[in-house]
Design a protein around this ligand. Sequence first.
Ligand SMILES: Cc1ncc(COP(=O)(O)O)c(C=O)c1O
Length: 317
Amino acid sequence: MIPSDNYQPKRPRAAAVLSLIGNTPVVPLVFEQEGITIYAKCEFLNASGSIKDRLAKTVLVDAEQRGLLRPDSIILECTSGNTGIALSMLGAAMGYRVAILMSQGASQERRLLIKQLGAELILFESEGRYQTGIDMSREMAAKDSRYFLPRQFENELNVEDHEHGTGQELIRQVPGPIDAFVTGFGTGGTLAGVGKAIKTRYPHARIMAMEPAEAALLAGECPCCHMIEGVADGFIPPLLRNAPLDGEVKVTSADAMAMTKRLHREFGLLVGTSSGANLCAAIQLARELGPERRVATLLCDRAERYFSTKLFEAIAV
Ligand SMILES: Cc1ncc(COP(=O)(O)O)c(C=O)c1O
């Protein structure tokens, strides 16, 4: 069940952080040189700094309401970072233990945040394969009934939440009909849910997936290395199967980095690499559709999560 805005958590102190998730602002980003305006939803302003706070809130509140979380429960999820940080934050506030499975390649800043929030971090060797961690979480849950699995890759609540939350907010906030929406995908929950909401309200709108050019799976290409963290984990996620997709827009890691730096230096928006990638894709679409059309996208997370990546490589302090 999608939580109502006035849900009273079992532990009253959790209400504070729960109230800081969702209802993020939409800002028009004016690219004067290009003569283009893109409507960007500021998901980096969620409490822990990313769009994944929404999924964490919805799944945990639903589980608490349905009595699936007990005082001795341990929330267990395999994630590349943002979901882990979001679950750890809510576990701390709601009073549940959290264990996060992450591949050994996960960045130091993500590991530190998870630990700082009091969660347990379990690192696994994966050579980039997500399935290793997902399988591990299933095996652990089969052996110990204290584990509660949010199952972000297959949980339909992930899609429903973005349809009724993020998507409806965007429809209310963009001034006039939305002609195109584009974003990347990890679990696919955001793209499927927001896409469904926009397509239902504006059937003419184009719903597009942003894909790293080096790993364009939906475009039928092989997964390989890209530097747009948080998206395209190497497989087409099941939640995208019924998504109303009209196509994909490819963005190179180099263009994504350059646009992210532009967002930092020309707009003062401290966002992560996938936000730059989403903007590149949105601008491509706006160019195709013409200046009168409204293109919307998402700024998914904060720049501070990328200190150890190429995004900050050339910065000397
Ligand atoms: C950093 C980041 N996290 C999460 C997401 C979306 O995740 P999901 O597909 O799991 O909803 C995106 C999408 O662009 C992203 O850039």
